[in-house]
Design a protein around this ligand. Structure first.
Ligand code: COS
Length: 382
């Protein structure tokens, strides 16, 4: 749903300009420094990018899902580590509070996320619990008006720079499954939290991840999000939305890669003419454009369905599966079109090829998404 086309057009034009004029020229620096430059973080705050999806009454822009997908496509047209910095505040780090938090929690945390004053992160994955998220082992034991958390979380995006952690932990030791899990807001500086060193990764330099350890960490009982036992279901709802957002990012990345590949193919001459005039190069360009177009349409269609209040668990999994696999193929072809140059770091496609690999892993691997689609097909037919 688009609430006001004119306002949205202005927002999209502003983001498109910010990406083109500020982020794209800073891509090499981001890759080298492995940090989003401080002045760019400040500009992101000024532009309201940390609060795109946070409801307006808590200081955000309150974008609908369709509007958010259009924005994520624009933000996808540069190094994904830029989007990753604002991604948790707009998505998996804040969504549980938006969906299921108390009014007090919303008033305390959401305005800080929306302004970028505080960063949030989503602590679900553990050393022994990744795809099988319901098997997580971190515990939260009630002690008076506190819960005591013990356990470790792994690969947590933005944890090195976050002020709050949305932690999924087991509150019912007798229930080893999904219904024994609750969701908490834990503030940085709470005694008992330790951060691991920043992870070294294949790509997305500048998107910071690390382990988060809880050792007798006392968290106020008021910081539980929703009721005890609701944490897993809330996390799944958060991921339904997050997977759709990642689909938009994949479309944006594909469109950038296609633009770079087309540009190169029109400049580069072999056999006496630009390689863009060679039919086998044209086939790669056409396949990429076709798949990216299909991905854009399905992400927007699913977003409209979600805005209309429909359940999109199946569709958002299908979108992330198709869109992220699609951008993997597009990145591979973009390197191929660049030939030997595509393997060289001076061309952005070399970096993007590594960056996009993550999209098929986080917020549900492609294989988990296949499972979600198939399970929902079976459930719906019963
Ligand atoms: N929306 C609402 N509720 C949902 C849901 C959704 N999308 N998905 C599952 N649930 C509910 C189920 O209805 C069930 O509720 P009941 O207890 O009332 O029956 C409960 O959650 C447990 O669901 P299920 O039995 O399907 O859980 P499983 O342990 O079989 O696991 C998968 C489900 C594999 C789909 C889940 O663990 C998953 O998504 N894994 C990947 C995790 C992931 O993306 N990790 C990345 C970390 S974030 S970067």
């Amino acid at each position: 749903m688009i609430r006001d086309q004119e306002t949205l057009n202005q927002l999209l034009a502003m983001i498109e300009r910010f990406v083109r004029e500020r982020l794209v020229p800073a891509e090499d620096r981001l890759a080298e420094d492995e940090r989003v430059p401080e002045e760019i973080v400040e500009e992101m705050k000024q532009l309201g990018l940390f609060g795109l999806t946070i409801p307006e009454e808590y200081g955000g822009l309150g974008l609908t899902m369709e509007e958010e997908i259009l924005v994520s496509i624009e933000l996808g047209k540069t190094s994904p580590a830029f989007r990753s910095l604002i991604g948790t505040n707009n998505g998996i780090g804040s969504a549980a509070i938006v969906f299921n938090g108390t009014e007090e929690q919303k008033r305390k945390y959401l305005p800080k996320y929306a302004s970028g004053e505080w960063l949030s992160c989503f602590c679900l994955t553990e050393p022994e619990a990744g795809s099988d998220a319901a098997s997580l082992r971190t515990t939260a034991v009630r002690d008076g008006d506190h819960y005591i958390l013990n356990g470790s979380k792994r690969f947590i995006t933005n944890a090195p720079v976050a002020q709050t952690y949305n932690v999924m932990a087991r509150t019912d030791s007798d229930n080893k499954g999904a219904r024994g899990i609750s969701s908490f807001i834990v503030e940085r500086g709470t005694p008992g939290i330790t951060l691991g060193s920043v992870d070294r990764k294949m790509g997305q330099a500048g998107s910071l991840t690390c382990d988060v350890m809880f050792d007798d960490c006392r968290v106020p009982a008021a910081n539980i999000i929703g009721e005890e036992g609701e944490g897993f279901v809330t996390a799944m709802k958060v991921l339904d939305r997050g997977r759709l957002h990642i689909s938009g990012v994949a479309v944006g990345l594909a469109e950038r890669l296609i633009a770079d590949a087309l540009d190169y193919a029109m400049q580069r001459k072999q056999f006496g003419k630009p390689i863009a005039e060679q039919q086998l190069i044209q086939a790669m360009l056409a396949d990429s454009r076709t798949e990216a177009y299909a991905a854009r349409c399905m992400a927007l269609e699913t977003a409209r369905k979600r805005d209309a209040g429909k359940n999109v668990t199946l569709e958002s999994a299908a979108c992330k599966l198709f869109c992220t696999e699609m951008v993997g193929r597009v990145a591979d072809r973009a390197v191929q079109i660049h030939g030997g140059s595509g393997y060289m770091s001076e061309f952005a496609v070399e970096r993007f090829y590594r960056d996009v690999r993550l999209l098929r892993l986080y917020e549900g691997t492609s294989q988990i998404l296949q499972l979600v689609v198939a399970r929902n097909m079976i459930r719906n037919s019963r």
